[in-house]
Each structure stands twice: as C-alpha cells, then as structure tokens.
Ligand binder design. Structure first.
Ligand code: FES
Ligand code: FES
Length: 883
C-alpha cells in the first residue's frame, strides 16, 4: 500500500495519488518542508511537509498507537521501533532522516511473531501495566532477528534503553528467552483452555492485548472533532496573580478558548481536604510551580505552547517556604490561610518515656528520606466529551468514582451527569490518585461542547503530580538486656508540599507502622505533615511506611549490636506471633507470618558476611474507621459472565484476580466464559480506590460473594438460563478509628509481612535479593511474584540510585536523570511466599502485596553496607556505595 502525506508535488509521480484527509494537517506547509520516502510496516510512505519527529507521525498520522509516548525525550524506550533492523527510539528521530528507510512497529510484526511474543509475554507474567511492553518487544525482536539464540546478558543489553517501572525486568527477560526459543525451534503456540482457580497457573486476561499494542490507553483515543487542552503553570512557587490577559492568545488562529478560574463553577477541589484550586484566580496566591492559572483549548495540539505563551500573567512574587523548618517558624509565609500544618498525629500507648528510662540499651538517631518520583510509564492523560447535558470522561486514574466525585463538585453537576470510564492505566503506584488532567479535560469539554484531550508532557508530570513525602524522623528505641524491645519514641515531620493530597493518611500510616512488626507496647509517635511551596507529596507505594520502616529497621541493628545479637536473631526474638498485640494495640490473628518470613530468608542472611536484612508490615485496606467497600457485579450477558468492578488495574492484575476468584467459587467455568469490563461509572459499582494494597482483598471478597450467588443460581441450570441476571457482591471492612480508646482496636482488616535479605558482591554491588512475603493465599503466582520483583527493584532504586532534587521549589530533574534502574543493573531475585498458621477468612485468605514488597528493601540495603564498612547511613539514597 502507498500512503501520501502532505502536499503532493506536481513534478513527482506522487501526483497520481490523491492526498488523504490527514493532509488537512499540513495544508499550509511552507516551501521549506521536506520530501521523504520510506516504508512503515511494508507500506510505502511519501511525505511532503514540515519536518517532524517520527513518533507523532506514527501515532497521529498513521494511527499506529502501539508505539507509546512515555517521555518524548529519548529517555524511556516506550516508543521503540525498528529502523533498518536496529531498535530505535522513534521520539528522537526526525522524518528528514528516514529517506529510503524501512520502519517496523509492533503492528508490523508477522502473525507468527505476534502469536509468539504475545503468548510468551503473557505466559511468563512479563506484562503488568503494559505501557512499556510493545517497545520492549521491538528491542527484543531486533535482537532475536540477528541473534536467534541470545543469552540473558544479550537480552539485558538489548533492553537497556527500555525502562519498565512495574516488573523489575526479570519476567521480561524470561519472556524474551522463551520467545527466542519458540521462534528458533518453530514451537507451535498452543493456547489451551484454562480453568480459572486460585493459585494455579493462569494467564492474565489483559496481557496479550497490552503486549501487542492493541490495548487502548487514554492517549490512544482520537475522537471525531477532538480539540486539545493545556494548562499554563505558575512561573513562581509563590506569587499573587494580579491580572491575567488572554486577549492575544484568543486571537491565535488555532485557539478555541482560554479559560481561567472565573469559568470554573466550583474552583476548589481536593482528594480529602478541599485546598487545591482548579486554577489560581486573579487575587489568588500560587502554592507551587505546578499550579494552573489558565487553560487553553486549541484545534491543534502543536499550537498549545504558542497559545499559552501569548497569555500574559501579571505576578507579584512573594516569599516562599521550602523546608519544614522554615514553614514552622512563627513568621513563616503561609502556604494556606489555615496555617502551614496540614495534619498532626499522636499515637500513644503505654509509657514510652518511663520505659525508655528503664531500658538496658537505647539508640537515638535522626533519619532523612527524600522525595521520590513515581515515574509511571504513562504520563497523565484524559479525554472528555459532552454527553447529553453532562460529560463523559475517559481517564487513566486510580478510581473512577473519586474522579466522578471531584469533577461533579467542580462542575456543580449531579454525579450521574459525570460519566467516567477508565482506559488502560499505564502504571500509577499512588501517583494517579489526585486530579491532574481529568478535571481540566472535563471543564474544557463542558465549556466548549467539544471532545478535548489534555495530557501532560513528561516534564509537566514530574513537576505537577504529588510525590513520595520527604520525612525527617527523630527516633529513640530501647530494649532490655536480652534484646527484647521495650519502647520507642519518635517524631516524624513530613514535607507535604503545596496541597494536602493524601498527606494526612500518609502521615497516619507512617505513624501507625513506625514501630515495625514487633511485640512491644510503649509507643509515643508524634507526626506532623507540613505545607511548603514545593510540589505536593501524597500517595506512593508504601504510603509513609517506606519512610518510617527505614528508620526503625536501621535503628534496631544498633540495639542488636549493643546486646550482642545478630540482626536476624534480634528480629526473630521480637517478631510478633499470632495472639500477640501489635504496637498499635491490634491483636494479631493466626494469619501473621513475619516469623515464617524470617525463617524463609535465614539461609540467605547467613550465606556470608555481606548481607543485610529488613522486615516490614503493611496494612491491606484503608482501615482506621474509614468506610472501605469492595464491590463487584457478575452479570450473565450473551452466555458470558461479565466481571464488573470499578477497581482500577494499574498493572497489578485485579481483573485476573477477580476471574480466578469467581472460577474458584463456581467450579466448571473456563477462561472463555469470562469478559472483564473496564471500570465505568455506568456499568461497574464503586469498589473504592486502587490504593492501600486493598483490591485483592476487598474487591476479591466482593467477587467471591457475587460468585457464591451465581453458583447457587446455577444449581441445575446453565449460563443460558441465567441470561440477563446480575449478582452483586459487596464487602465492607469495618475498622476502628485511630485513638478510639479501645484496648485492642481493629485498625486494619489485615496486614501482610515481609523479610528481605540483600546480598552484596565483593565490590559492594547488590548481588542478590531474597524476598519472603506473607501475603496469605496466592491468587495468581505469576502476577504476584512479578509484582514483588518490581517492588523490590523500586525499593533498590529508592535505596541506591533514585534522586529527586528540588531547588527553590523547582524539581531539578528529567525522566532520564531520575536514576531509575535498568535491566542491566538489576540483580537476581528470589521470591518466596509464605503463610502464617492460618488465613484471613476473606478473599480465600489473600492479603495485599502491592506496597509491602517495596518497603524493607532500603533498610536491608543499609544494613548490608553497614556490615560491609561500618558506616551507619541515615539518609536515602545511601551514600558511599558503588552506585
Ligand atoms: S517516548 Fe521515546 S524514549 Fe520515551
Ligand atoms: S509493565 Fe513495564 S512499565 Fe508497566
């Protein structure tokens, strides 16, 4: 096939070929344009027009959306294609360099290749959010095409330029080696009928579509008549907006509208605390450089920057605060009129001061943890369109019902007029819980009566969305002469940045988990979350526990030294058992498996003297008295069982979990009996946010309850007999508020536990990580171990390589300088799953794993380096290591 783009020059033989409708995009090209001929997936392309990058040409002009845009700056590899046999990042290649070249995208794979790569990636559990996967496969194909029998090292090198934030690369490497073998040995792909049950091998329902670039993320949507929106961000962290002049911008030929706060029905939003303006109004004061001041809507995406450059803002620059110390000074500028303290938590049990005074051994240390960027592979994007007298919003957030709630508040519309539909989500890790683009897209569509896409550039994403909190932790912990922990006292100061986001709950979790999974009860923990004029901090995998766990796990090693115990012994001596009382007062049930975790890593710890150990516990579910629902509808439609839940899958595979739980409950069903629907406020019931490691337990239990009803209804009948029937399963986790006054409050429905050992090599590089996790029943082993591997690698990055420097409120970092670990630098990992003596009576005994697996890695690294060189490091990333 031949396709022509741009002006057809009369002297060329291309004049035979009429231009396609996409010509409109280039109808006013200048004579300085380029003329170039190349092929894409075997089609001849004649291009005559202004030079441009290959990535937008493939995605927008050829609609080859399997080529993903993760950064547009050559740093992530999501856009990888093959040009004349070489894996190449299409975002950095200009069309002018392509004369005579042959380009292959994921869509251009042969049927056999699609079969093999799709199958092997699904079979190996190599696909989570899937946003990196098509680019990975293209790098791997370029390798296998020239080296049909690659080694693991060959594969690692081949995907060195492809970042995966979810998997930790291990299963991607396995999938690559498996694909090579299938292709080399001409092994036929056999897709057997699969029976979905718990803890049996079962391929993820979404893996192949994501791997082959067929799965649709929000940025892949192109609606008829769609316009594009973009926010103008503040030039200063703290400044009063004296005036906004949009006149020049409105005269731009592509400009449809420029909106300001005046156009917003309700301007103040916020996930929990309403403190975050949709746009800063005239007279208002900005709180950070990510604040939106105006929103431009353009016919063309490429005109947005130019239009925004024509909006004139008159600022009065004001003094700002960036550190918590400065923000707490009596004369500090106020980030919000309510003061600079967002939240205070004080958890007291027993008599910490008196108990510490009686301790045989006491350690006092101050720890500092930094900002961390989620670096999910898919930058934020939303598309909104008018729907009747409301809006339809396509999103990639972590809860469609939270988005519906906040957008309906902003537009002053009843919730039912805000229809939210989730596309695939290219990773979240907590960073997609807040409004980022969804509300702006909805506002633009509502006001212009046009479909509007709003997406963040990678740098905007880095500058705008909330990060992991930096925390300063002042910790005193003591034990008796035998090493039994007795008491701890701690102050946690969290820099929560410009807006509340989830700063309050994050601080709570930091405090409630600060004492670790150990059996002692004199606790005094004071936490404060402080507003500053930095990028906000909010939810991030670990949710505050990553930070407070680092402090306690490092500190108890010093106690162990004083007592004369080794670090494994000290933990085993103090680890909680079933029937013990957690430091927060909650009685533990038979599911507690921290001792089993320790036993599982014992050999790894004692293997040599170059190891370090860390333990962690993490709640499943919101807990602390917050209403916490899981919901799922199983409906029978056209002979299939539709699994309908709003639980967002950011890569963790909750849809597959629901199918396996339904299949476990209703024997005799097979994979082809199920259809997993995407979250949609018209179709799927509210199952809460995908946060707090909660959906496997909460949505899983709701699915089990729905499936019990389906099973009962099926007795003596077939699915055909149940056509049109719906079965709603609901589960409400009831918990007690913090400081409820109860002697043994139920703070959380369940906790998962982990012990990890990091082993260094002779040079001080990480040689291996052994991670034991008590997550109760394993639902899908491939997904679970993949998630743990990804979490461990994220924890290694937190410990060793990741940076998020901020200067005067401005992040000094790009995606390529975040320090994300690459396939060439991740160590071997051994994942061990264990259980306590019993199981939770919910969701077949499954507990959350999403956050747990990241938490103990950093202290285990610190411990290993401390044993190596006796330097006791108190901040992250760890200094004086080979990284
Ligand atoms: S989109 Fe090209 S490298 Fe990230
Ligand atoms: S699966 Fe690789 S980034 Fe999500």
């Amino acid at each position: 096939m031949r396709k022509t783009f741009g002006r057809v020059r009369s002297s060329s033989s291309d004049s035979q070929h009429p231009a396609t409708p996409l010509l409109d995009r280039y109808k006013d090209i200048s004579d300085n344009g380029i003329v170039v001929n190349f092929t894409v997936n075997g089609d001849d392309i004649h291009y005559d027009g202004p030079d441009m990058r290959l990535l937008p040409f493939l995605r927008n002009n050829l609609r080859l959306t399997g080529v993903k845009d993760g950064c547009s700056e050559g740093a992530c590899g999501a856009c990888t294609v093959i040009i004349d046999g070489k894996a190449t990042k299409s975002c950095v290649v200009s069309l002018s360099r392509l004369e005579g070249k042959h380009i292959t995208t994921i869509e251009g794979l042969s049927e056999r290749e699609k079969n093999v790569y799709g199958f092997c990636f699904a079979e190996s559990g190599a696909v989570q959010c899937g946003f990196c996967t098509p680019g990975m496969i293209m790098s791997i194909k370029a390798l296998i095409d020239t080296n049909p029998a690659p080694t693991e090292i060959d594969v690692r090198k081949a995907i060195h330029g492809n970042i995966c934030r979810c998997t930790g690369y291990k299963k991607i490497i396995e999938a690559a080696l498996m694909s090579a073998r299938y292709l080399r040995e001409r092994i036929p792909v056999e897709r057997k009928v699969e029976i979905p049950v718990v803890d049996e091998r079962y391929r993820r329902v979404d893996a192949e579509g994501k791997a082959l670039g067929i799965g649709m993320y929000t940025n892949d949507l192109m609606l008829p008549g769609m316009a594009y929106g973009k926010a103008l961000r503040s030039a200063y962290p703290r400044a009063r907006i004296r005036a906004i002049d949009t006149n020049k911008a409105l005269r731009h030929p592509d400009c449809i509208a420029v909106f300001t706060a005046e156009n917003v029905p309700e301007n103040i939003l916020g996930h929990i605390v309403h403190d975050w303006p949709v746009m800063i109004p005239v007279g208002g004061v900005t709180a950070y450089i990510g604040d939106a001041i105006a929103l431009a809507v353009s016919e063309k995406e490429e005109s947005l920057e130019e239009i925004l450059s024509l909006v004139h803002i008159d600022y009065e620059v004001l003094p700002a605060v960036y550190t918590t110390e400065d923000a707490l000074r009596p004369d500090a500028p106020l980030v919000h009129e309510t003061g600079n303290v967002l939240d205070t938590e004080h958890i007291v049990r027993g008599e910490a001061d008196n108990a510490l005074a009686r301790c045989a051994h006491v350690v006092h240390k101050v720890f500092r943890t930094p900002y961390t960027e989620h670096a999910f592979m898919e930058p934020e994007c939303a598309v909104a369109a008018p729907e009747n007298d409301g809006v339809l919003v396509y999103t990639s957030g972590q809860s469609i019902y939270d988005e519906q709630r906040e957008i309906s508040r902003m537009l002053k519309l009843p919730p039912e007029k805000v229809h939210c539909h989730s596309m695939l989500v290219g990773g979240g890790f907590g960073g997609k819980e807040d409004m980022s683009v969804q509300h702006h897209a909805a506002l633009c569509a509502y006001l212009t009566h046009r479909p509007v896409k709003v997406r963040l550039t990678r740098q905007e994403s880095i500058n705008v969305h909330p990060k992991r909190h930096p925390m300063d932790i002042d910790l005193t912990v003591g034990c008796d002469e035998n090493g039994k922990l007795v008491a701890m006292k701690e102050t946690i100061i969290a820099n929560t940045g410009a807006y509340a986001s989830l700063g309050g709950p994050v601080l709570q979790r930091a405090c409630t988990h600060a004492a670790g999974p150990y059996n002692y009860h004199n606790i005094d923990i004071l936490g404060k979350a402080i507003y500053t004029n930095n990028v906000p901090a909010g939810a991030f995998r670990g949710f505050g526990v990553t930070q407070s766990c680092f402090a306690i796990e490092c500190a108890i090693n010093l106690l162990a030294d004083q007592v004369g115990l080794d670090y494994w012994q000290f933990r085993m001596l103090n680890a909680i058992k079933p029937g013990d009382e957690l430091p927060n007062g909650q009685m533990t049930g038979p599911d507690v498996g921290i001792r089993e975790c320790l036993l599982a890593v014992k050999d790894a710890y004692y293997k040599n003297g170059r190891t370090g150990i860390g333990c962690a516990m993490k709640n499943s579910g919101l807990g602390v008295g917050v209403p916490d629902w899981g919901r799922c509808i199983l409906s029978v439609e056209k002979g299939k069982i539709h699994v309908r839940t709003s639980a967002a899958c950011m890569g963790q595979g909750v849809g597959t979990v629901a199918v396996q739980i339904a299949g476990q409950t209703v024997p005799g069903l097979k994979n082809s009996d199920f259809v997993v629907e995407p979250p949609d406020t018209r179709r799927t019931p509210d199952s809460g946010t995908s946060t707090a490691s909660r959906q496997t337990l909460f949505c899983g239990e709701a699915t089990r309850r729905a499936a019990v009803q389906l099973k009962n209804a099926l007795t003596g009948k077939t699915l055909k007999d149940l056509e049109g029937r719906e079965f709603l399963g609901e589960y409400l986790g009831k918990t007690d508020p913090i400081n409820s006054g109860k002697p043994h409050p139920v703070s959380h429905i369940g906790y998962s536990y982990s012990a990890q050992v990091v082993e260094l090599d002779e040079e001080g590089k990480v040689a291996k990580v052994t991670a034991a996790c008590d997550v109760g029943t394993v639902i899908n082993r491939q997904s679970l171990t993949g998630q743990i591997e990804g979490g461990v690698v994220m924890g290694l990055g937190y410990a060793l390589t990741e940076h998020f420097p901020v200067k005067d409120g401005v992040p000094q970092v790009k995606y390529g300088t975040l320090g994300l670990l690459r396939a060439t630098s991740v160590p071997p990992m051994e994942i061990i799953t264990v259980c306590g003596e019993g199981k939770l009576p919910l969701s077949y005994g499954a507990k959350g794993v999403g956050e747990l697996c990241t938490i103990p890695t950093a202290p285990a690294c610190q411990c290993a380096y401390y044993r190596r060189d006796h330097e006791f490091r108190t901040s992250l990333p760890l200094q004086h290591t080979p990284y």
